[in-house]
Design a protein around this ligand. Structure first.
Ligand SMILES: [Mg+2]
Length: 258
């Protein structure tokens, strides 16, 4: 069995932790997670980075507080921050974003001059976020705009999201649906494993002195590999010990928060 490797705190200037499957599952903190975050906060700055764009950064902050993680709002990072910045940089004014109502409201507040429900002919860009309320009509709206040639961005590539009842479908599955049906692949991804999402951290701290903790190989571990951050894998979410054993090459160090 893989053994937990203790954290060398002297080698670190900051810690970044994933959320779903790493610190909590649904509405329950994972064993040891609250104590770990509390002890970490006494030693080093800690930040929280989830790809879960079904929640606004504000809602994620409130959830962390509710579950006993006494964090500050500015410690919560989200792919939605990068999305807002990119829409502003491109000067887009008509972006059709597939997102649930609270996320659309948050985006509207942060992009007051952008129409988030443009007509087909007006649409400059289509974005798929983790919409846990979409309808068949929404799938059609996205597909038609992709067929028409709009730019195509997604907030993150996760195939499923950990959930107490079992994994639930996430953005990555929709990407395959639109790839098969409309022949398009996303041109931009904002969340993990895209290194840009760690930009606010890596502008303050050297990557080699940042520890990333996460449960998923193709987003969390891959982000650490791309940015050259330190990494610890937890087995409380998606990755199983069997998958860890089957990995070719150098395996990620593991951490048991419990
Ligand atoms: Mg996770």
């Amino acid at each position: 069995m893989p053994k937990s490797t203790p954290i060398d705190w002297d080698s670190l200037d900051a810690v970044v932790a994933d959320l779903d499957g790493t610190l909590y599952l649904g509405e329950a903190p994972l064993p040891g997670a609250v104590d770990f975050v509390t002890s970490c906060m006494a030693r080093k700055p800690i930040f929280f980075l989830s790809n879960n764009t079904s929640k606004t950064p504000d809602i994620t902050f409130e959830k962390l507080q509710r579950l006993g993680f006494l964090v500050r709002p500015e410690q919560v990072l989200s792919p939605l921050h990068g999305l807002v910045q990119a829409i502003k940089e491109h000067g887009f004014s008509n972006v059709w974003i597939m997102a649930n109502a609270p996320v659309l409201a948050w985006l509207h507040t942060n992009l007051p001059h952008c129409n988030l429900r443009p007509s087909r002919s007006e649409t400059q860009c289509v974005v798929i976020a983790y919409d846990d309320t979409f309808t068949y009509a929404d799938l059609c709206e996205v597909g038609w705009r992709l067929q028409d040639g709009a730019k195509y961005w997604i907030t993150h590539p996760d195939f499923v999201c950990p959930n107490p009842a079992g994994p639930v479908p996430d953005v990555g599955g929709l990407v395959e649906l639109f790839s098969i049906g409309f022949g398009r692949r996303p041109e931009r991804v904002f969340g993990k494993p895209n290194a840009e999402v760690l930009g606010p951290i890596l502008s303050q701290f050297h990557a080699s002195r940042v520890l990333f903790i996460g449960d998923r190989l193709y987003t969390d571990f891959e982000l650490a590999r791309r940015t050259q951050c330190q990494f610890r894998l937890v087995f409380s979410g998606e990755t199983t010990r069997e998958q860890w054993h089957a990995l070719p090459g150098e395996k990620p160090l593991v951490l048991d928060l419990g």
